[in-house]
Design a protein around this ligand. Structure first.
Ligand code: PLP
Length: 390
């Protein structure tokens, strides 16, 4: 099959990769740059600087040549060593993923809040920290598996009180929701290109605090491929990366960052909030229930809904794809059969989400799960319009 003569079969509403704007696609392939030229270094450094407001930091943002999981592994391998102990908050599939990575590295890892319905109870977390004395706590800002948002600012306050390093997976929140690396006292954060940065997958970005750098400097078993000492040296001295830079991905992210800056970071967050509230209202009106149950723990970057027992999620997702050319995410883990996941992270606009909701309603009607349609789109619009006024 020739990719230039065939059209993609569906519009993406999956929680990564997400819809890529034409501007971003065009920028990634418009001109070929060599990665060791002054012209490309300028674009790379411009991209890293442009990302700072999304991370809420004055620190340097560093590129990591791998997807989100690889960059998280790199951060853990650079910061932690055999004598360390981590506490990992596991209230979602990606929280558990970090715990698994750290355990496999042979580092002691205490798992907590292991149920997907758990919200972080700060008093309980404080007790665990007093008992375990961890070097680091790992947590996902926005767990894409179950749509749970964890309270990073409050965990940051504990980090300052108890002196552990706070390592955050913000793969599906950067660019969608406020993240304040400096103010919240975060020590390491990672995001990836294919979510809020509305680019193809394959490159990630990390920020590290002075405390993390101190730990990395003294780590005698530093990994060789993702080695933050080398990455920092290369960025600082030549404006380049060690190894061959994924040039087209950096060009894509550069354009995405410019689009975000043009719209205004606050406006981007406001758009995500309005689309999120409206999508959630629409799914409730269709008769689905939302996850997580607690409203203030719900993500702005995706909506997760539990479907009634009578609904076969595989059928529903396949029907949406085949008949209406809309691809949404199936549930993950324990919720694979009982939930659907709809992304509104990155470039989505009101018309995109209306299309998705309308197609979802139409599919529910086609499959006999509802007897009429329109209530979802109607509720979506009402909520969207009222959210716009806030
Ligand atoms: N963390 C979160 C919250 C994610 O949503 C994902 C991917 O969906 C990852 C980590 C892993 O990132 P990647 O698939 O880019 O390796």
């Amino acid at each position: 099959m020739n990719c230039l003569t065939s059209e993609p079969s569906c519009k993406l509403f999956t929680p990564g990769p997400v819809k890529i704007p034409n501007r971003v696609m065009a920028a990634s392939s418009y001109v070929q740059y060599h990665h060791r030229t002054p012209e490309f270094s300028k674009i790379l450094l411009d991209t890293l600087n442009g990302l700072r407001p999304l991370f809420g930091t004055d620190q340097q943002v560093y590129p990591v040549h791998t997807t989100g999981r690889g960059a998280l592994e790199g951060v853990y391998a650079n910061i932690l060593s055999a004598e360390d102990k981590a506490v990992s908050i596991c209230n979602g599939s990606f929280g558990k993923m970090s715990a698994d990575i750290i355990s496999k590295m042979g580092i002691s890892c205490v798992r907590c809040f292991e149920s997907w319905t758990d919200q972080v109870d700060l008093a309980e977390l404080e007790q665990i920290i007093e008992r375990e004395h961890p070097t680091a706590v790992t947590v996902v800002h926005n767990d894409t598996s179950n749509g749970t948002v964890n309270p990073i600012a409050a965990i940051g306050a504990l980090a300052r009180r108890y002196g552990f390093l706070l390592l955050v997976d913000a793969v599906s929140s950067i660019g969608c929701m406020p993240f304040l690396f400096d103010d919240w006292g975060v020590d390491a954060v990672v995001t990836a290109s294919q979510k809020g940065l509305m680019s193809p997958p394959g490159v990630s970005f990390a920020v590290l605090s002075p405390c993390s750098w101190e730990k990395i400097k003294n780590n005698s078993s530093l990994a060789s491929y993702i080695n933050f000492i080398n990455i920092r040296k290369s960025i600082q001295t030549t404006g380049e990366t060690p190894g061959t830079t994924p040039v087209s991905l950096i060009l894509a992210v550069n354009e995405a960052v410019h689009m975000i800056t043009e719209e205004g970071v606050e406006q981007v967050f406001k758009r995500h909030r309005a689309l999120s509230l409206a999508t959630k209202q629409a799914l409730l009106a269709i008769g689905l229930s939302l996850f997580p149950e607690k409203c203030d723990a719900r993500s702005d970057s995706l909506t997760i809904a539990s479907v009634p027992d009578c609904v076969d999620t595989n059928n529903l997702v396949e029907h949406l794809r085949k008949k209406y050319h809309i691809l949404i995410g199936k549930g993950l883990g324990d919720y694979a059969r009982s939930s659907i996941r709809i992304a509104h992270m990155g470039a989505y606009q009101v018309e995109d989400m209306m299309l998705c909701i309308a197609a979802l309603e139409a599919s529910m009607l086609d499959l006999g799960y509802v007897s009429s349609i329109g209530v979802g789109v109607d509720s979506f619009l009402q909520k969207y319009n009222s959210a716009q006024q806030c």
